[in-house]
Design a protein around this ligand. Structure first.
Ligand SMILES: Cc1cc2nc3c(=O)[nH]c(=O)nc-3n(C[C@H](O)[C@H](O)[C@H](O)COP(=O)(O)OP(=O)(O)OC[C@H]3O[C@@H](n4cnc5c(N)ncnc54)[C@H](O)[C@@H]3O)c2cc1C
Length: 442
């Protein structure tokens, strides 16, 4: 038998890269393999004609207890987004209404006076959560009233999951909000309690950051730090048990004591012929298309701010638009604009099969309606995510229970990635810490 490696990580998206980086930091003999010729998975910066489009993750909040040390360990340089990133809009009632990211958000014009009044009653509303899974929409309307709850649940669902607030589980998709209510009987009172419990001096407030050179450079930097412990062009075809070890088949056969499968459930199922396939089947997701719209600043005029999300009353295939060149340094050449529009999602999943021309036509006319200006792009890019964004629906936590059972029936087999316990790269960093703890304990 060939040498036995401590841990093989399958998949070099940010989930796999972080797990491998953290295991390496703790002195484990780790090898990360990927089917493609580059690290980073879906987070791949597209650099063309002076534009730099991030078709998946593009920003994250720092400092963060797991992400900050992992980026540092992987030699990833980061920079602040422009102050404009604090200004966000919702496209509702035929106009853009600002939603500042502070308590002043209650002043937004997106909600009527009556709706704001009901929102302000939140700390005094006594209502019990249902005994079983609650949807995001039910939670928000129960706490904030129908108007604000419908709006906020819609933009939270589409802004993060491209999902439907009636089918996302608030406990699985937004556990921190549920914890506030569980803690203090109200989201607002729970938040105040958390703030009061912060140590003095108060820790630095997390702010929006981007990696210098984009997500592709960040991934390359993490992979370079791993050195020959990162192997591209290694498509794993099967993982099976052989004695005390795992046998990993690909362009060659590897043996490992532990395997981290940093793949979506459907891809994991394809390489695990001997595990219960049902557990890895039926995980829902929302297909999305990411569209880059670039041009001279006067041809693609963008307001100051981070971007807008379309409200529940808007009939549009675009879920939202990020003003990339406004808040992120270097995403367009000076004097030029770049917008990133996310299209499709749970409401319009068929958009992924539309032609580029049809998608671009819909995107530009919707931007014109939302911004009230005329848009004439000279550079465009259409990136389809057919598998889409994982949706943590009302059955998600039951399915996660199945993953826990699968892991305990197969000691040494661990599942990672955004399909399971958190959708953003900060969650993947936290997951990497947990995985390293579990492997170290074993
Ligand atoms: C439109 C959009 C916007 C987003 N914006 C943000 C954001 O602003 N901030 C944020 O934090 N997050 C954001 N995200 C989420 C973020 O991009 C994901 O959390 C992250 O990229 C997922 O990484 P992963 O490692 O779990 O999966 P992936 O990136 O899918 O990686 C899986 C890897 O496994 C490899 N692989 C597959 N099968 C095999 C096999 N058989 N053998 C070997 N290798 C294999 C693939 O090649 C791939 O490299 C966004 C996502 C999208 C779609």
């Amino acid at each position: 038998m060939a040498d036995v490696i401590d841990v093989v990580v399958i998949g070099s998206g940010f989930g796999g890269l972080f797990a491998a980086t953290e295991l390496g930091r703790r002195g484990r003999d780790v090898l990360v393999v990927d089917a493609t010729d580059r690290p980073g998975g879906i987070a791949e910066t597209i650099s063309e004609s002076g534009y730099s489009l991030e078709p998946a993750a593009g920003t994250f909040l720092l400092p963060h207890r797991a992400l900050t040390p992992l980026l540092a360990a992987g030699g990833v340089a980061v920079e602040h987004t422009a102050p404009e990133a604090g200004l966000r809009y919702v496209w509702t009632r035929d106009r853009l209404a600002a939603i500042p990211s502070s308590p002043k958000a209650v002043l937004t014009r997106a909600v009527s006076v009556r709706g704001k009044f009901r929102m302000a009653l939140e700390p005094f509303i006594r209502s019990r959560p249902p005994a079983d899974e609650e949807s995001l929409k039910s939670f928000m309307t129960r706490r904030l009233g129908t108007e604000a709850g419908t709006l906020i649940s819609h933009i939270a669902a589409s802004g993060i999951y491209a999902g439907d607030p009636s089918t996302l589980s608030v406990g699985a998709a937004f556990p921190a909000i549920v914890a506030l209510e569980a803690d203090a009987g109200s989201v607002v009172r729970g938040a105040i309690r958390r703030i009061r419990a912060l140590p003095k001096p108060r820790p630095e407030r997390p702010k929006s950051h981007v990696p210098v050179g984009g997500m592709a450079l960040a991934a390359r930097s993490l992979a370079t730090t791993l050195g020959d412990r990162y192997r591209p062009n290694f498509k794993v075809t099967a993982v099976t048990r052989e004695g005390d070890n795992f046998r990993i088949e690909g362009p060659e056969v590897l043996f490992a004591r532990e395997v981290v499968v940093a793949l979506r459930p459907d891809s994991a199922r394809a390489i695990l012929p001997t595990v219960d396939a049902d557990v890895l089947t039926g995980w829902p997701s929302s297909p999305v298309v990411v569209v880059g719209i670039g041009g001279r600043a006067e041809d693609v005029p963008l307001p100051n701010g981070f971007g807008y999300l379309a409200g529940p009353d808007v009939n549009a295939v675009g879920l939202g638009c990020l003003f990339e060149s406004v808040y992120a340094p270097g995403r367009a050449a000076p004097g030029h604009s770049l917008a990133k529009v996310i299209v499709g999602g749970a409401r319009n999943p068929d958009v992924v099969s539309w032609s580029d021309e049809r998608i671009l036509g819909a995107v530009t006319s919707e931007m014109e309606r939302a911004l009230g200006v005329s848009i004439s792009p000279t550079w465009t890019k259409v990136v389809r995510h057919h598998t889409g964004i994982p949706n943590y629906d009302l059955d998600h936590r039951r399915r996660l229970g199945g993953i826990d059972s699968l892991e305990s029936q197969n000691p040494g087999l661990i599942f990672a990635g955004w399909g399971y316990r958190g959708i953003g790269v900060a969650h993947l960093a936290l997951d990497a810490m947990t995985i390293a703890d579990r492997i170290t304990e074993r």
